[in-house]
Design a protein around this ligand. Sequence first.
Ligand code: HXC
Length: 258
Amino acid sequence: MAYENIIAEKKGGVGLITLNRPQALNALCAALIDELAHALDDFEADDDIGAIVVTGSEKAFAAGADIKEMKDRTYMDVYGQDFITKGWGRLATTRKPTIAAVSGFALGGGCELAMMCDMIIASESAKFGQPEITIGTIPGSGGTQRLTRFVGKSLSMYMNLTGEFIDADTALRSGLVAKVLPNAEMLDEALRIGAKIAGMSRPITMMCKEAVNRAYETSLAEGVLFERRVFHSTFSTEDQKEGMNAFAEKRKPSWKHR
Ligand code: HXC
C-alpha cells in the first residue's frame, strides 16, 4: 500500500515507521492513524520483522491529534463513533516489541502514541507534554492514565493541568524514557536496540513483553504468578533448550523461532 502520511520500510529485522506530515508537525489526522494501523498490521504479519520502531522528524515526533480536523466535531459525533479508539490503540496491542524514537515535540496524542510503545528512546531535543487543557479538552488516549503510571501523580498532574512541556532530561529522570542521545545518534540507537531484540527468540520476546505489560494491568501477586507461569511455559520451547545449551557449550544460540 502506498502511504501519504507515513513511510514504512524494513531495516533488516526491524520495521521502521516514520510519521511524515512535516507541514503539520506530524499532527495525527485520521488518515495518518489509518495508515499507521495498516503498517503495524503488515509488520505484525511479516515473519522477517522482529521489532518495530516508530519515529517522526527532528522537529516533531507528533504535535498531537489534528486540532483543525477535530475542532468542529460534536459530542454525538465523537461519542457515537467512539472517536479516538478506532485505529489509535493499535500500537498498544502489537505483540511484537515497539520502540518510539522521539525527537522534538511529542505532545498530546503524540505523547500518548509514544507511551503506547514498549519503550521510548529520546534525543536531547525531545519535549513531552499533554497540552490538551490549553485547548479546552483533556487527553483521550492515555495521557491521564499511562503517563500517571509511568511518571507518578505529581509530574503527571503538573503536565496535564498546566500543559507545560518537560524536556528530555526530566523525561529520563522520571522514567518516561529509557535513554537520551544526541539528535544525530538517536534513531540509529533505536534501530540498534530494535535489531538486538529482533535477534532474540521471537516467541520468548513476545512472552517477555506480555509479562512486563501485565504489571500495569494487575496486582503484584497476580503479576508475579503470571510471570512464573510464563517462565514455566518457556521450558516447553525449543529456544529455551537452545539458549541454555548454547550457554553451557560456550557458543552463540541459534534460535529456531526468529
Ligand atoms: C493541527 C497542527 C498541530 C496540531 C501544529 N500544527 N500542531 N495542526 N493539529 N496538533 C500545525 C500548525 O497549525 C502550523 O500550521 C504548523 O503545524 C506548524 O506549527 P506552528 O505552531 O507554526 O509551529 P511552532 O510555532 O514551532 O509551535 C510548535 C507547537 C505548536 C508548540 C508544537 O504547533 C502547538 O502548540 N501545537 C499544538 C499542540 C497541541 O495542543 N497538541 C494537543 C492536540 S489535542 P500552519 O498551516 O499554520 O503552518 C490532542 C488530543 C489527543 O492531541 C486525543 C487523543 C488522541
